[in-house]
Design a protein around this ligand. Structure first.
Ligand code: ADP
Ligand code: ASP
Ligand code: MG
Length: 418
C-alpha cells in the first residue's frame, strides 16, 4: 500500500512587494453563467461586493456546457486534435463569458474590464491541455483595480513560456481563481457553484448527503484527488501552500457554504469522516514488472500527475487523470514496456482527518464492501484516506452504502460550530 503524495506547486509570490488589503476573488462556475439572466445576476453580485468597498476580481468559467461542446466540435473535425490548436479553441468559452459579465457590469453603472488569461499575466508551462501556472504578473490587474474597475479574468487559461495559449485541465478556473487570490494577496477566494458547498458525498449520488461547515486543506486535497469535482485538485494545493482562505458556496443563494482552511480541532470533535468520494474519470494503467525508477522518471518527464501507485511482485498499477491518458500512453510506449489500461473499474475513497490511527474505520469500510458482495481492488491508504476500486457499475451503491455505514447523513457530520 502506498500513500498519496501531492505535487509541489509553483511559488507564486505576490506580484508586488506591497499587497493591497480588501481584495476578494470571486469565481463563478459554468452553471452560474449558463444564460444571459444568470450572467446579469453574477454581474450584480460582483457589483454588490465592489459597493461594500472591496477590490473585486471575478473569474468566470465558460457558459454551461460550452467547453464540452468545443471539445466535441474539435473531435468532429479531427480524430486527434493538435494540442496547441485545441487550447486556442477551448479557451474561447471563458473569453466569451467574461466579456459578457463585464458588459452587464457596465450596464449597472460601474467600470469593468475583461482580460484573457494572457492579458491577466498568467504564465504557465507549455504542456497543452494540462498546463501549470508558474508565475502571475499581476501589474495590469492592479492598475485596473487602482482605477476603480471590477476586473474579470477568463478562467482555465494562461500563456505559456513559449507565448502560446494554454489551458489548465478540466475544472481549471478554480485554479485560476486561487492563484490570483494568492498573487493579489486577497482576503479570501470565493468559489460560487451549483451546490451549496462541499458535501459528505456527491449530492447527485447521495441525495441525503450533508453540507460540511468546514474541511481542512488536507481533507479537501484528498477529496479533490479522489473525485470530488467541486474543486480542482491543483486549486486546493495552491490554497494550502499560500494560505488562501477558500469559501465554496452556492451561486443561487446568500447562504454560507463550506470553508476550506487549516485543520481546527473543532472539525475533528464532531465527525471522524469528512466524506465519501468517487471517480470514474481516471485512467488506470497496469505495467508488467517495470524498473520503477525508469518508469516514474519517464512519467515525471511527461508531466503526468500520478496517483494510487500499487506495486505487487508481478506488476505496478497506477492511475492518472483522464487528460494525462495520452501523455502517459506515449511515455510507456517510448519505454518499450508491456502495459494495459484497465477501464472497467471506478475508485471509491473515504476521507477524514479524524481517522488517523483508527483501524476500526478500515474494518467497517471493508465489512461494508464485503456486505455488497464486492471485492475491493487496488487498496491504497494515507493517514486520512482509504481508497479502493470496484466495478464501475457498483461505484454508486458502494458510495451510498459507506455513507449509511458511517452515518454521514446525521447532523454531526456537518461539523457545525458557531
Ligand atoms: P462548477 O461549474 O461550478 O465549477 P463543477 O461541476 O465543476 O461546478 O462542480 C460542482 C459539482 O461537483 C456538483 O454539481 C456536484 O455534483 C459535484 N460534486 C462531487 N462531489 C461533491 C462533493 N463532495 N460535494 C459537493 N459537490 C460535489
Ligand atoms: N470551462 C472549463 C471546464 O469545463 C474550466 C472550468 O469550468 O473550470 O473544464
Ligand atoms: Mg468546476
Amino acid at each position: 500500500m502506498t500513500e498519496t503524495a501531492f505535487e509541489s506547486v509553483a511559488q507564486i509570490e505576490p506580484a508586488e512587494a506591497e499587497t493591497r488589503t480588501g481584495t476578494v476573488v470571486m469565481k463563478f462556475g459554468g452553471t452560474s453563467v449558463a444564460d444571459p439572466e444568470k450572467i446579469r445576476r453574477v454581474a450584480s453580485r460582483l457589483v454588490e461586493a465592489a459597493e461594500r468597498g472591496q477590490r473585486v476580481v471575478g473569474v468566470v468559467s465558460a457558459m454551461g456546457r460550452h467547453t464540452d461542446e468545443l471539445f466535441d466540435l474539435a473531435h468532429e473535425v479531427s480524430p486527434a486534435p493538435n494540442p496547441r490548436e485545441l487550447d486556442m479553441l477551448v479557451s474561447v468559452g471563458e473569453r466569451i463569458s467574461c466579456a459578457l459579465v463585464a458588459m452587464a457590469i457596465s450596464d449597472l453603472g460601474r467600470n469593468a474590464i475583461s482580460l484573457t488569461g494572457s492579458q491577466a499575466g498568467i504564465v504557465t508551462t507549455t504542456a497543452h491541455g494540462r498546463a501549470k501556472i508558474v508565475e502571475i504578473r499581476a501589474r495590469r490587474i492592479h492598475e485596473a483595480l487602482d482605477a476603480g474597475c471590477i476586473v474579470l479574468v477568463a478562467g482555465f487559461q494562461g500563456v505559456s513560456t513559449a507565448y502560446d495559449v494554454t489551458t489548465l485541465g478540466r475544472g481549471g478556473s478554480d485554479t485560476t481563481a486561487v492563484a490570483l487570490a494568492a498573487a493579489l494577496g486577497a482576503d479570501a477566494c470565493e468559489i460560487y457553484t451549483d451546490v451549496d458547498g462541499v458535501f459528505t458525498a456527491d449530492p447527485r449520488v447521495v441525495p441525503e448527503a450533508r453540507k460540511l461547515h468546514a474541511v481542512s486543506f488536507e481533507e479537501m486535497l484528498e477529496m479533490a484527488a479522489a473525485g470530488a469535482r467541486v474543486l480542482q485538485l491543483r486549486s486546493v494545493e495552491f490554497a494550502r501552500n499560500h494560505g488562501v482562505k477558500l469559501h465554496v458556496r452556492s451561486t443561487f443563494s446568500g447562504e454560507p457554504g463550506t470553508w476550506v482552511a487549516e485543520e481546527d480541532e473543532r472539525m475533528l470533535e464532531k465527525a471522524m469522516i469528512s466524506g465519501i468520494t468517487h471517480t470514474l474519470d481516471e485512467a488506470l494503467f497496469r505495467v508488467g514488472s517495470p524498473d520503477l525508477a525508469e518508469l516514474f522518471t519517464a512519467l515525471a518527464e511527461a508531466e503526468t500527475s500520478v496517483d494510487t501507485i500499487i506495486q505487487t511482485d508481478a506488476e505496478a498499477v497506477f492511475s492518472v487523470p483522464v487528460e494525462d491518458r495520452g501523455a502517459t500512453a506515449s511515455a510507456l510506449d517510448r519505454l518499450g514496456i508491456d502495459w494495459a489500461e484497465q477501464d472497467d473499474l471506478g475508485k471509491v475513497s473515504i476521507v477524514g482527518a479524524g481517522m488517523k490511527s483508527h483501524p476500526e474505520i478500515a474494518a467497517r469500510t471493508f465489512a461494508t464492501v464485503a456486505g455488497l458482495g464486492l471485492e475491493p481492488r487496488y487498496v491504497a491508504t494515507s493517514p486520512i484516506k482509504i481508497s479502493f476500486h470496484v466495478p464501475r457499475d457498483a461505484v454508486e451503491r458502494t458510495v451510498q452504502a459507506l455513507h449509511d455505514a458511517f452515518e454521514l447523513s446525521s447532523a454531526e457530520a456537518e461539523r457545525q460550530h458557531g
